[in-house]
Design a protein around this ligand. Structure first.
Ligand SMILES: Cc1cc2nc3c(=O)[nH]c(=O)nc-3n(C[C@H](O)[C@H](O)[C@H](O)COP(=O)(O)OP(=O)(O)OC[C@H]3O[C@@H](n4cnc5c(N)ncnc54)[C@H](O)[C@@H]3O)c2cc1C
Length: 373
C-alpha cells in the first residue's frame, strides 16, 4: 500500500486516548510534525467513558501524588492550554470507612498520602456530615480532600480534537494500525487507510498496548479490568462531594445536570481483543447498593443507563512511560489507575523526553516490565 501523503512525520502516535492526545499535542507544540492514528474516534474508549474523578485520595502508588497534583492544575486550567473547558469542578471529596477495620486502613492510608504531599486529612463523622449532609449512618470515619473534583470525560474527544487540529497534528481517526515496520527512512505505520512514515513512534493504546508491543516482538504485560458505570435520572441535589471508599469499591458523584454517576469496584465481563463485553447485573447491583448505603437518598434514584469501559492494568500498578527497550526511537505510554487524572501531565512529560528536553519529572521506565517475547 502506498504512503498516503508522501511526507515523513517526526512522530506518529498510535492511539487517541487522553495519553496519546496529550503526547501528540505537546510534540506538535514543541515543533514536530505529528500524525495521530486512532482506530475509532478520539477518546471514545477509557478516556471518554470514565468517571472523570480527579482525586488525590486514591493512589496505591504514593509516588504518583506529585504527578497528580500537577495534572489537576492542568485540568483546572484546561481552557488556557487545551483551548476548551472540561466542566472542571473541585467540590471536594471524601473517602468513607464503614467499619473498624476499614477505619484503621483509612487512617494509615491517609497518613501515607499526606506524607506524600496530598492535601488530605482524616475527619470524624460529625465533620464528614457537615461536608456531605447526605451521608448515611453506616459511615464510621472519613478522609477529606478539598481539591478532589471532576472533569467531564465525555468532552475530552471533542476538546482534544480542536486543540490537535489547531496545533497542526495530522489526525487520522477511524484508521486501525495493523503493523509497524522499521525501515531505513523511518517507521512505516501500516493502517487501514494507508501507510504513514515517521521517524519516531509512540504507542498509546491503553488496554491494547500488549498487542502493539508485539509488533516489535516485545511482551508488555498489560491486563484489562472491565469497569461498570451507571447513571441515574436527574435528581434534586442529594450530594455535593465526590465519594469513594477505602477499598476502592465506591465511586460516586452528582454532576451539574443533576444525574448521579455510580461506578464501582465490582466489575463487568469482557476482553479487549475477543469482545463479548457484558454488564454483570450482580456486580451492578453491588455497586448501586453500596452507593445507596453511602447516600440513602439514592434509594429514590432510577438508573437510566449503564456502560462498560476497559481499563489497562500493569503488574506493579505503576505507569509505563518512556522508550521501548531495545528499539530506537520507539516509545510507549500507559497509566492504568487514575489515568484520566494524570494523563495530560504524563503526555507532556513523554513529549519533553522525545523533544530532547529533560522531563520536569521522572518517567516510569517501561524496561522494568516490557521484555522480549
Ligand atoms: C469505566 C472507567 C472509569 C474510570 N474512572 C476513572 C476516573 O474516575 N478517574 C481517573 O483518573 N481514571 C479513571 N479511569 C482510568 C482512565 O480512564 C484510563 O486510565 C485512561 O483514560 C487511559 O487512557 P489511554 O489513552 O491510555 O487509553 P484509551 O483511552 O483506552 O485510549 C487508547 C486508544 O487506542 C486506540 N487503539 C487501540 N488499538 C489501536 C490500533 N491498532 N490502531 C489505532 N488505534 C488503536 C483505541 O481505540 C483507544 O482509543 C477509568 C477507566 C474506566 C474504564
Amino acid at each position: 500500500m502506498a504512503q498516503v501523503t508522501g511526507v515523513t512525520y517526526d512522530a506518529a502516535v498510535i492511539g487517541g486516548g487522553v495519553l496519546g492526545c496529550a503526547t501528540a499535542l505537546h510534540l506538535a507544540r514543541g515543533g514536530m510534525r505529528v500524525v495521530l492514528v486512532e482506530r475509532g474516534a478520539l477518546c471514545a474508549q477509557a478516556s471518554g467513558v470514565n468517571a472523570g474523578t480527579l482525586s488525590m485520595l486514591h493512589f496505591r502508588r504514593l509516588e504518583l501524588v506529585s504527578y497528580a497534583l500537577r495534572a489537576w492544575e492542568m485540568w483546572k486550567t484546561a481552557p488556557e492550554w487545551l483551548g476548551g473547558g472540561m466542566e472542571f469542578g473541585a467540590q471536594g471529596g471524601l473517602v468513607l470507612a464503614f467499619n473498624g477495620r476499614e477505619a484503621e486502613l483509612l487512617e494509615a492510608k491517609t497518613a501515607e498520602l499526606k506524607a506524600a504531599g496530598s492535601p488530605v486529612g482524616v475527619v470524624d463523622t460529625a465533620r464528614a456530615r457537615q461536608i456531605e449532609p447526605g451521608l448515611g449512618p453506616g459511615v464510621v470515619l472519613a478522609s477529606h480532600c478539598p481539591m478532589d473534583g471532576h472533569a467531564n470525560a465525555s468532552l475530552s474527544g471533542r476538546v482534544f480534537r480542536a486543540a490537535l487540529v489547531a496545533a497542526g497534528v495530522d489526525l487520522r481517526e477511524g484508521q486501525e494500525v495493523t503493523a509497524l515496520d522499521p525501515g531505513s527512512g523511518g517507521f512505516e505505520v501500516r493502517a487501514t487507510g494507508g501507510i504513514a512514515v515517521a521517524r519516531r513512534v509512540v504507542l498509546a493504546g491503553g488496554v491494547w498496548l500488549g498487542r502493539m508491543a508485539a509488533w516489535f516482538g516485545l511482551n508488555a504485560p498489560v491486563s484489562c479490568r472491565v469497569q461498570q458505570m451507571a447513571v441515574t435520572e436527574r435528581m434534586a441535589l442529594v450530594m455535593g462531594t465526590i465519594l469513594g471508599n477505602v477499598n476502592g469499591r465506591l465511586s460516586l458523584k452528582q454532576v451539574d445536570n443533576g444525574t448521579v454517576l455510580i461506578g464501582g469496584g465490582w466489575i463487568g465481563k469482557g476482553d479487549p481483543d475477543r469482545g463479548g463485553n457484558e454488564v454483570i447485573s450482580a456486580s451492578l447491583v453491588g455497586n448501586i447498593r453500596l452507593a445507596r448505603y453511602a447516600i440513602p437518598a439514592l434509594a429514590r434514584a432510577r438508573v437510566v443507563r449503564v456502560w462498560l469501559g476497559l481499563r489497562d492494568v500493569y503488574p506493579d500498578d505503576r505507569p509505563i512511560i518512556g522508550p521501548l527497550p531495545g528499539i530506537d526511537d520507539a516509545y510507549i505510554i500507559g497509566c492504568g489507575i487514575s489515568g484520566f487524572t494524570i494523563g495530560p501531565y504524563l503526555g507532556k512529560l513523554l513529549a519533553q523526553r522525545i523533544l530532547g528536553q529533560e522531563p520536569e519529572m521522572a518517567l516510569f521506565d517501561p524496561a522494568r516490565v516490557v521484555t522480549a517475547r
